[in-house]
Design a protein around this ligand. Structure first.
Ligand code: MN
Length: 290
């Protein structure tokens, strides 16, 4: 790599309360409103789920104007939506919902998983849509872990799964509306990998667990600094494992539009938020029984 990207932010992943659920929220966070086009990043769990403790069961709710994405690391979730999709998402799988003009979905641990009990851990990512695509028809994509192209470093100590976008000539299966890379990385206790990121993308590295260093400059460790955000200049960065780790790499071409978010809607103006609320009330985002 000729030039490394410089780091603009190194931050923690503070706990926030979302109703009965406590989870980590690196975006938005103090000093980081968004990393355009990524507007929200939630890291939930690992939670011990059982019949006596199952707070992460989200009933039917609407979305409009962006793409809510789930990357599941542990456990098993059932997804249902107003388009008629019903699928079981297993550890390592990704579901990518394009809310567009409106969708109603529900997700939570499967009945079987709750009965057996086990750990649930995942990432919930909100990816913005440009104004011209906010009212596109809703869509749902589910890809299984084994379907994702894999990139490995020279000694195979690090393996990277391409969910969306492209690395070293390999392409992810998810269809995106704007140029976006989503890479799920698993490292051994040692090893190094160079990651190339297109020049115009905003980019970040989020650590779920373990310990890594980035560009030999920032150390990410669970409970301490867990995310770095890069400057747009430079061709990429170097990731080095210090422990067995799970790392998420996100990059995307910025959309550069003003956004207005209210609850489950991400639009460009207040008027569009009012329209979203009205359209949901009038059933224009579809129906999903409880
Ligand atoms: Mn949702």
């Amino acid at each position: 790599m000729k030039t490394s990207r410089t780091i603009t932010h190194t931050t923690g992943s503070p706990m926030v309360n979302m109703g009965p659920i406590r989870l980590r929220q690196p975006i938005p966070n103090q000093g980081i409103e968004q990393v355009d086009p990524f507007i929200l990043l939630h890291h939930y769990g690992p939670y011990a789920i059982s019949e006596f403790n199952n707070p992460f069961d989200l009933g039917p709710h609407p979305h409009r104007g962006f793409e809510p994405i789930t990357l599941l690391y542990k456990g098993e979730q059932l997804h249902r939506d107003s388009l008629g999709n019903e699928s079981i998402v297993k550890a390592g799988d990704v579901q990518w919902t394009t809310a567009g003009r409106g969708i109603i979905h529900a997700e939570g641990p499967t009945k079987e998983f709750v009965q057996t009990g086990g750990e649930l851990e995942g990432i919930q990512l909100w990816l913005n849509l440009p104004a011209k695509d906010k009212m596109m028809p809703a869509a749902y994509q589910h890809i299984k872990s084994r379907e994702m192209p894999v990139v490995q470093n020279s000694d195979n100590s690090i393996s990277l799964k391409i969910v969306a976008g492209e690395l070293n000539g390999k392409k992810g299966l998810i269809k995106t509306q704007t140029p976006v890379n989503v890479f799920m990385v698993k490292t051994g206790s040692k090893g190094m990998i160079d990651i190339e990121i297109p020049n115009n993308h905003n980019a970040l590295v989020y650590l779920l667990n373990g310990e890594v260093s980035v560009n030999n400059e920032a150390t990410l460790k669970k409970g301490a600094a867990q995310m770095v955000v890069f400057n747009q200049e430079g061709e990429g960065f170097q990731l080095e494992a210090r422990k067995e780790s799970n790392v998420l790499i996100l990059s995307g071409a910025p959309i550069n539009e003003k956004i207005t978010q209210y609850g489950p809607y991400v639009m460009n103006t207040q008027t569009e938020i009012m329209e979203a609320m009205r359209d949901y009330q009038q059933g224009k985002m579809g129906f999903l029984p409880n």
